[in-house]
Ligand binder design. Structure first.
Ligand SMILES: [Zn+2]
Length: 256
């Protein structure tokens, strides 16, 4: 089983919170320990031995019966991970005009939202010494949470499958990486994202408000306060109304 936690946009703040609040129940949170180890490495500049000692001290403080000998495998994993990966610091993500234009061409608002959030994640996680931008299969849960709609992880893959070969490339199936082909870092900056808790507000600002069609459920742009249906359903509904109206009129005429 894979335990995927949501992507953090500020692990330094996360680590400081862990140090301040600890684990009130005394249960060591394994994921949090990875973050803490990275903090000791990237922020405090500790070497392997000092990271390990700091982690043991912290765990003992949380739970006096913590046994570093029994938990040595975990301790080593936390330390190795910290030596390998930098802590994720808070940093803004810049969205450019060309990126917005590309996403705008996608008709379905749900898919547009998924592609937008994928772009933000890929840009946040991008390594400066690398020219390509990625999301991982694990990010699917983050995407749904940020899009604020409910969708199963497999349905996210299905929804995005139509873009494979154009906007997306299945880059390295073994590492579960998906490459984004709609990142244009050199285009003009149009948006700076700092508050990652409200990605859909940013989305609304650029792409407009959306509603889900009262007839078929597809997400479409809200063009007025009266928008209730997607364009296709609106046509069908209006035809239906016309038909009913004609029938009534005809019947009335026949009677008179
Ligand atoms: Zn519809």
């Amino acid at each position: 089983m894979r335990v995927s936690k949501l992507q953090s946009f500020d692990e330094v703040a996360d680590a400081e919170r862990i140090l301040r609040d600890g684990f009130p129940t005394g249960v060591i949170n394994i994921q949090s320990m990875y973050t803490l180890a990275k903090y000791y490495r990237s922020i405090c500049g500790f070497g392997e031995a000092r990271i390990k000692k700091a982690l043991v001290d912290f765990c003992k403080l949380q739970n006096p019966s913590f046994n570093p000998v029994l938990e040595d495998a975990f301790l080593r994993k936390w330390v190795m991970n910290a030596m390998k990966y930098e802590i994720k610091k808070a940093k803004p993500v810049i969205i450019t005009r060309q990126e917005v234009e590309t996403i705008k061409e996608v008709k379905d608002a749900k898919k547009r939202k998924l592609l937008f959030v994928a772009l933000v994640l890929a840009k946040y996680n991008h390594k400066t010494d690398f020219s390509k931008y990625f999301i991982t299969y694990n990010n699917r849960r983050d995407m749904v949470v940020h899009c604020k709609f409910s969708m199963k992880e497999n349905d996210v893959s299905d929804a995005l499958s139509e873009f494979v070969g154009t906007l997306l490339t299945l880059y390295n199936p073994e590492q579960e990486l998906v490459r984004l082909n709609y990142v244009y870092p050199d285009s003009e900056a149009v948006l700076e994202i700092k508050d990652f808790g409200r990605l859909m507000d940013y989305f609304k600002d650029i792409f407009g408000d959306t509603i889900s069609c009262a007839r078929c459920g597809v997400e479409v742009e809200r063009t007025s306060n009266r928008t209730k249906y997607c364009p296709e359903c609106a046509k069908i509904i209006s035809k239906e109304r016309n038909r009913v109206y004609m029938k009534k009129t005809y019947q009335v005429k026949k009677v008179t």
